[in-house]
Design a protein. Structure first.
Lengths: 358, 220
């Protein structure tokens, strides 16, 4: 208890040193929090890019202009990949000569269909969202002269006509039905099939490279389909920020080294200055442990106050940000510097310390 | 029986550049109830010898024995707190403590009750001629002679059996020198303490029961 009284008295009567120490520690804490603030700002800017930008990918044929052939096994592996947030796909099956059925899960999967849909008569209450479902329904070209509500037999299934599009062409008929329906029928009948269109919307953009290497492992660039990832714009947008972040992190490490060593040296010097006081105390029979305690209490109060005020300011000012771990490290180095100095002071020869001041 | 006995005591200051042999093999016995004066030219090792007797460090060779026990094997904190009081040549007052607090320090370290400590401290300050107005001042606000008297009061307040005084009158006028010398002599003769005074003042040395002369770290 007396050690604490002594510490308080020292602080009160050496208030300039006390103030300078505390202000220095606050400054160091703020320095840390400014630079951490820079890093965090860049980081969150980058994160918002990752969240807001989209990257799409699609399969194209092995030869330029040709259609891809994506086998079901590859399709399943790609679509179930965690980076794939959304996909559209299309497949086709020959029914008879000049007559075929295409399954799509979205009109986007087939550019020709997109055009047809501009001029399509739908059953009341129906629209292109049927493609994302799994009903046994289809739309047919006007050339085949069927009307809404008619049924067509395809591979032993009766497809109900829910829309008629204006094909403007005769002789070559294409029906469009939901992808899932057609895939189901092929699976049931044991027919082989493949997708001629597969487009992806990707997420988790930060780790896009992982996706790329996973795709490479799946062998997407071999054989009849090639994956094209449209990430040029995305890379352009994030490149500068990524570079900036790397730089700021590097600087932050330097700031760590700087602040921690300054904290150490500063409190070392402050308490190194107490040599004479400690020597006098010990010469009067004050145990070293007691002197150590008293000075350490003082050092902890400086460090605690400095780091505390620095932490509070960082909380209050929006741009500053400081986490507890950094604050604790700073506190540790403040105390460590003082501890090292005090240890040297209390363990030295009293006689030599005293004579140095003569 | 002697209270302090020195047995071929040696001590040296080692620095990077040189080694100074400050105390060079001193043997002597000091008795209770007597006043000793140590004289000698500056740099002859007088202060170092006193410091060794105060157990501020151990001799490099030989032994300082107090009541037959070497300082090496005793609890030095306790010895410095309870048995020995030193008046330093450079006063060694604590700058951040007031005059009164400085004098109370040895008593507080001994866990004396606060009011008793204050009363004793005040009495000692009066003994050396410092009245109440000095009590709340800090050492930096005092002249050399006043600081010296505070250092003397602090040593007297501790009530130790061994008083080691390093040029205690170096900064005092004749009147105060006389007063302090008389106090020290009476501590030895009336209270049976062992008083050892390092001094340049021949009048002070004349009051001692024994005078020792030091030169180059030896008694001559
Ligand atoms: N801290 C020190 N480092 C090196 N030498 C010292 C130190 N203190 C004292 N000395 C040397 O030790 C010798 C004895 O010093 P000291 O005991 O103070 O002598 P005195 O008190 O008789 O004047 C002197 O030569 C002095 O220069
Ligand atoms: Mg001296």
């Amino acid at each position: 208890m007396f050690s604490f009284v002594l510490a308080l008295r020292n602080m009160k009567r050496g208030w300039i040193v006390c103030l300078v120490s505390v202000i220095s520690f606050v400054t160091l804490a703020l320095l840390l929090s400014v630079f951490t603030g820079f890093v965090n700002r860049t980081r969150s800017e980058l994160d918002s890019y990752y969240k807001e930008l989209t990257v799409t990918a699609s399969f194209s044929g092995a030869k330029a202009g040709s259609q891809p052939r994506v086998r079901p096994k590859l399709f399943d592996a790609v679509v179930s990949n965690s980076f794939v947030k959304d996909h559209y796909a299309a497949m086709e099956k020959e029914i008879a000569t000049a007559q075929r059925i295409r399954g799509v899960n979205s009109a986007k999967a087939d550019p020709v269909l997109e055009e047809y849909l501009l001029d399509c008569k739908w059953q009341a209450g129906m629209d292109e969202t049927v493609f994302s479902g799994s009903d046994t329904v289809c739309i047919v070209p006007s050339a085949c002269e069927m009307s809404i509500g008619d049924k067509i037999a395809v591979f032993g299934n009766a497809f109900r006509v829910v829309g008629v599009y204006n094909s403007g062409m005769t002789g070559n008929w294409t029906y469009y039905c939901p992808l899932e329906t057609l895939v189901g029928i092929c699976e049931k009948n044991g027919d082989s099939y493949s997708y001629y269109s597969l487009g992806l919307t990707l997420g988790d953009l930060e780790n896009l490279d992982v996706f790329k290497s996973q795709m490479k492992e799946l062998g997407v660039d071999e054989g009849e389909a090639t994956l094209v990832i449209n990430d040029t714009l995305f890379r352009e947008c994030t490149r500068n920020l990524k570079l900036q972040l790397r730089l700021q992190r590097g600087v932050l490490y330097l700031v760590y080294i700087l602040t921690f060593s300054v904290a150490f040296v500063l409190s070392f010097l402050v308490f190194r200055n107490r040599r004479h006081d400690v020597a006098v105390l010990r010469s009067a029979g004050c145990p070293s442990s007691f002197a150590f305690m008293s000075l350490m209490e003082e050092a902890c109060i400086y460090a605690l106050t400095g780091c505390g005020i620095g932490g509070l300011i960082s909380l209050a000012v929006p741009f500053f940000s400081l986490n507890l771990r950094q604050l604790l490290l700073l506190f540790f180095f403040c105390c460590f510097g003082a501890g090292a100095a005090i240890y040297r002071v209390v363990s030295g020869s009293i006689l030599q310390e005293m004579h140095e001041f003569e | 029986m002697s209270i302090i006995s020195l047995d071929s005591v040696r001590y040296s200051y080692k620095s990077k550049y040189q080694t100074v042999n400050a105390v060079n093999g001193i043997s002597y016995e000091f008795e209770k109830g007597l006043v000793y004066a140590i004289v000698g030219s500056s740099g002859s090792g007088k202060s170092t010898l006193l410091s060794l007797m105060a157990a501020l460090d151990f001799p490099a060779e030989g032994d300082v024995n107090v009541d037959g026990t070497s300082t090496r094997s005793m609890d030095c904190d306790e010895y410095r707190r309870d048995k020995v009081a030193v008046i330093y040549q450079n006063f060694n007052l604590l700058a951040k403590l007031t005059v009164l607090e400085n004098v109370e320090l040895p008593l507080e370290l001994r866990k004396t009750h606060k009011t008793d400590a204050a009363a004793t401290a005040k009495k000692m300050l009066r003994n050396v001629g410092l009245d109440e107005e000095y009590e709340r001042r800090f050492p930096a606000m005092l002249s050399g002679g006043e600081q010296q008297r505070v250092a003397i009061a602090r040593a007297l307040a501790s009530g130790a059996d061994i008083i080691l005084a390093d040029e205690p009158t170096g900064n005092l006028d004749e009147e105060n020198t006389e007063k302090v010398a008389d106090i020290l002599v009476s501590l030895a003769h009336d209270q049976k303490k062992c008083v050892i005074i390092v001094t340049h003042d021949m009048n002070v040395a004349a009051k001692a029961d024994e005078v020792l002369k030091m030169q180059d770290g030896r008694l001559v």
